[in-house]
Write a protein that binds this ligand. Sequence first.
Ligand SMILES: *Cc1c(COP(=O)(O)O)cnc(C)c1O
Length: 230
Amino acid sequence: MSEESPDLVIDNLKNIQAKILVSQEKHFQTMGKNQSVELIAVSKRQSENRINAALAAGVRVFGENRVQEAQNRWVHRRAVHPDLTLHLIGPLQTNKVSDAVALFDVIQVVDRVKLAKALANEMASQSRQIEYYIQVNTGEELQKSGIAPKEADKFISYCRDDLKLNVTGLMCIPPLSEEPSMHFALLQTIANRNEIVKLSMGMSDDFEEAIAFGASAVRVGSAIFGTREP
Ligand SMILES: *Cc1c(COP(=O)(O)O)cnc(C)c1O
């Protein structure tokens, strides 16, 4: 695996942050209530050196897709950086709910009744207030997590009103083979209809397009850190 030098991570970061600012200014009218776009640095399967470089550059918001990997990477770093914000962006099994609620500040992958119920129970027992995003499978792909778009309204109100989960956002991962903009537009429509303000959409290849459709947070990994370990 090629080792990215800390300098390269810093250059990449500056570049992405500048592009976010440009897109933000260009699209501020469509951004509605989201006056600025949050950059979530996706640190999954990245080396310690690269992560330390991002921390040294002031990055405090990170995304991870596996609970155990995130624990190994972040529990000790939290002690040094109490101002970290950690987002879970990968599928969550119900047997990992307790660890996930203990570690993450935002769980972006709420997508089924069983998981939502387990999160509500866990929240009560840990008395920890975190934010939840509903993941919507905008491409209706069989292999992908997320609630189907036509089930979304009902599921959002179930999580919010019946389970009292603190639902603040929606998240989607468009199909690889399709133009992402229609998926971003669909997520924005569902959010508006349900008065949800935060939209997590856009990755290394399409974050500028996501901002044009009202993203409040973009999840960027390889464009900051370089290629991931297998
Ligand atoms: C890995 C991952 C990302 C980051 O992908 P890049 O293409 O490296 O920016 C974003 N979102 C999710 C859900 C991911 O799993």
